[in-house]
Write a protein that binds this ligand. Structure first.
Ligand code: RIB
Length: 280
């Protein structure tokens, strides 16, 4: 079984299904509110576990009831939470999400304890692969990039300044098209593969500018895109580390992300490996 470490965020998602996304300064009423476990790190950890990997999550939550709610599906799913730090000085992260009938969303994150996941607060275990995203301090990501020996995946979401050493070290960088545009030419520092996702249009895997693989997701009815990118990142890492060929791995990741978009919420929507194989 593939051993994966995820270093990243844990949030409780307060998700409002709305008739349309609000414009700046506008109030849209009539929404239906739901609460889901979320956070890019936690979503990627659970996604990888459901896809057949053995996952350890390194994260930081507050000493509060929100943490219990945010961690419940990770616990039920068998993700190893022994390295999950409880910090009494900050609240568990919360994400405020609006979801339109098209499945498109807007997300605002109050990171809370996620910002307190510092490199000196944990030890890096050995594993086949490590996945990180950008909802935790940049110093922690740079530390992981420097000290982890296996396959290193950096999902550059949400887009923000990042140490160039992370781009140089990453075996795989994952961005959506908005993030790709935000990083622009700085992605030229990447020495490994770059996977760019284009929503329903699919994804492209490149290395040093050369296209290695292209894939389109199977046609699905999109309900809520929250967590689809996290699922794609986890699935692509799992598949590549298992030794799947780039074309096959990208198809697997696109299908996994597509399934996540057909269901409401982040973690409740993450597919199992059997579901992905069945869709393929
Ligand atoms: O990628 C989706 C995630 O982004 C949500 O679960 C939310 O918590 C934010 O971190």
């Amino acid at each position: 079984m593939t051993d994966i470490v995820v270093i990243g965020s844990v949030n409780l998602d307060l998700s409002a299904s709305v008739s349309r996304l609000p414009a700046a300064g506008e109030t849209v009423t009539g929404a239906k509110l739901s609460r889901f476990p979320g956070g890019k790190g936690a979503n990627q950890a659970l996604a990888a576990q459901r896809l057949g990997a053995n996952v350890k999550l390194i994260a930081c939550v507050g000493d509060d009831a929100t943490a219990d709610e945010a961690l419940v599906l990770l616990r039920e799913g068998g993700v190893d939470l022994d390295r999950c730090i409880i910090d009494a000085e900050a609240p568990t992260g919360v994400a405020l999400i609006s979801v339109a009938p098209s499945g498109e969303n807007q997300i605002v994150v109050a990171p809370g304890a996620n910002n307190r996941l510092e490199p000196e607060s944990f030890e890096l275990p050995n594993a086949d692969a490590l996945i990180c995203q950008l909802e935790i301090p940049g110093s922690t990501i740079a530390y992981a990039a420097e000290n982890f020996a296996g396959f290193f995946c950096a999902n550059l979401a949400p887009a923000k300044e990042i140490d160039v050493s992370v781009l140089q070290r990453a075996d795989l960088v994952v961005v959506n098209e908005t993030e790709a545009a935000w990083y622009g030419d700085s992605l030229a520092a990447c020495t490994g593969m770059i996977a760019t996702t284009y929503g329903a249009k699919g994804a492209v895997l490149r290395s040093q500018g050369d296209v290695m693989a292209e894939a389109s997701p199977p046609a699905v009815e999109v309900v809520d895109a929250t967590g689809a990118g996290d699922t794609f990142t986890a699935a692509l890492t799992v598949a590549l580390v298992e030794g799947q060929a780039p074309e096959e791995a990208l198809r697997f990741a696109c299908a996994a992300g597509a399934i996540a978009a057909t269901r409401q919420g982040a973690q409740p929507s993450l597919p199992t490996r059997d579901e992905v194989l069945q869709l393929l």
